[in-house]
Design a protein around this ligand. Structure first.
Ligand code: PNS
Length: 165
């Protein structure tokens, strides 16, 4: 690999993003500074019953990441490592908020390394203001009419409110 090419690192930030939170957005901003290109990849066919359809999650992500010139939003199905290879990514970016995230993330990173040893998982921590923010709690708050300010971008807050009303 040419030295210049070695510096151009494409990273994939995969997840359910149901919906994208300010914690995800914080990580996207950090990842965008570190990598040449960051692909935020919404997983399809994950064994969960999502609140938002993939298309809706994609639209929200596009709305909140448009200011980042090197960030692209996409959908993938099947194995993450197949998708990452297809995109010539060298990094999988994941966020770790607390120790409780670690076990699940470690297992996933190790499995992904077994599938594709050439792609590294890089963990980043969101800003401390977001260490407790999760999509599942945001969905619950929305369902119960709790406050969403500061937890999700405005566009997501509006979509959440109309989804549960
Ligand atoms: O936001 P999430 O739900 O924690 O994201 C999990 C995700 C989508 C990254 C993970 O489930 C995934 O990569 N799914 C794709 C299928 C796959 O490659 N599985 C093997 C990895 S152990």
């Amino acid at each position: 690999m040419e030295p210049e090419a070695a510096n151009r690192v494409v990273a994939v930030y995969p997840g359910s993003f149901d919906p994208v939170t300010n914690g995800h957005l914080d990580l996207i901003a950090r990842g965008a500074k570190l990598f040449s290109r960051l692909i935020v990849a919404v997983a399809q066919n994950v064994e969960k019953s999502p609140l938002f359809a993939v298309q809706e999650r994609l639209e929200m992500l596009e709305a909140v990441t448009f200011e980042f010139r090197n960030v692209q939003v996409d959908v993938f199905s099947g194995l993450l490592m197949d998708y990452a290879r297809e995109k010539a990514a060298r990094v999988i970016l994941r966020g770790i908020r607390a120790v409780s995230d670690y076990e699940y993330e470690l297992q996933m990173a190790m499995m992904n390394r077994k599938i594709e040893p050439e792609i590294e998982t890089v963990f980043m921590m969101p800003g401390e203001a977001y260490t407790y923010v999760s999509s599942s709690q945001v969905r619950e708050l929305a369902r119960l009419g709790g406050p969403l300010k500061g937890l999700v971008p405005k566009v997501v807050e509006e979509r959440l409110r109309s989804k549960v009303s």
